[in-house]
Design a protein. Sequence first.
Length: 370
Amino acid sequence: MQTRHLPLKKLWESLGATFKIERDWEIVSIFKEFLYEYTAVRKGVGLLDDSARGKIKVTGKDRVSFLHHILTNDIESLGLGNGCYAALLSGTGKMLADMNVYIFPNHILLDVEMGFEKKVAEIIQKFVVQEDVKLTDATDQYALLSIQGPRSESLAQTIFPGPFPELSEYHHANGNFGEVQATLIRKSRTGEKGYQLLVPKKGAHEVAERILVVGKLYGLRPVGFGASEILRIEAGVLRYGIDMDENLTLPETGLDEVTASETKGCYPGQEVVARTKTYGGLQRKVTGLIFEKGLLPAGGDKICVEGNEIGTITSACISPSLEKGIAIGRVSKGYFEKPAEVKIKTSREEITAWTTPLPFQLTVGSPQKT
């Protein structure tokens, strides 16, 4: 498979970036020191390049009603400049994809996990019968830049041309950045306040340079994938293909509260979601785990209690804020309802850990043993 490159690769190279391959994309792994990058987002503001995320344009006069009937969230209630988080499920409630949905005058943009745009478009296309709907892969048409951290709003206010729009999460507004029209989106991806800029590929360098120059006033640092993964794990943000996939139902991910409308009516998998909310009965669920610093578990490592397997690790890192190891994993009933002591079996040794709800509470230590 041919390696794909970020539109701003040369700019990141000039800033000392080291690259890695992730799902056929060459993305920034680290700039100089991941702890500085991490601290910039937690204490000030960081600039992340999310251009590798998949982007699907949906056009046609039936696009709103069509997506409303196949996605979990209420698309018909969204006005221009609005958006939401939604999931695409199988008839049995299994997670086929998650996505950010943004409403524009002539199209709807679906922002999906890196490397999954073709799969998602193919699945959605199968739902099209006679509707006037067209799907276009727009991934390579845009750069997607993300400024995240407590000072991100101050920076966004400075770089945005004209009166600054008061945006709620997922809401967006267009602005002319010099000769480039870009879309400012209110979107956190790290647990901190954040904004994203959707920029046509040809204008990406101009907009990125403006962010970097003005960002110096706010202590901005460019941030690579390594630091951004730690930030998202701490924030309990699940990645499709890593922490969740088509083997899990939506309620098992814990995302049903934020992705599924209870009032919009039917969609594929709706009965499973509704039945789970009414009667409970989850046999497994995605949860957090916390343990002492040291050996780091890998994705797929088994979670056990008294020698019996009760789950698997999906993501893990050392948390600079907690000064402990943290992980996201899937565990059986009885171990996600309240903190419980478990063992993580790695290739070298067992790690004692405790289950804990997501997102992680970054101001406290690990739960006490029960």
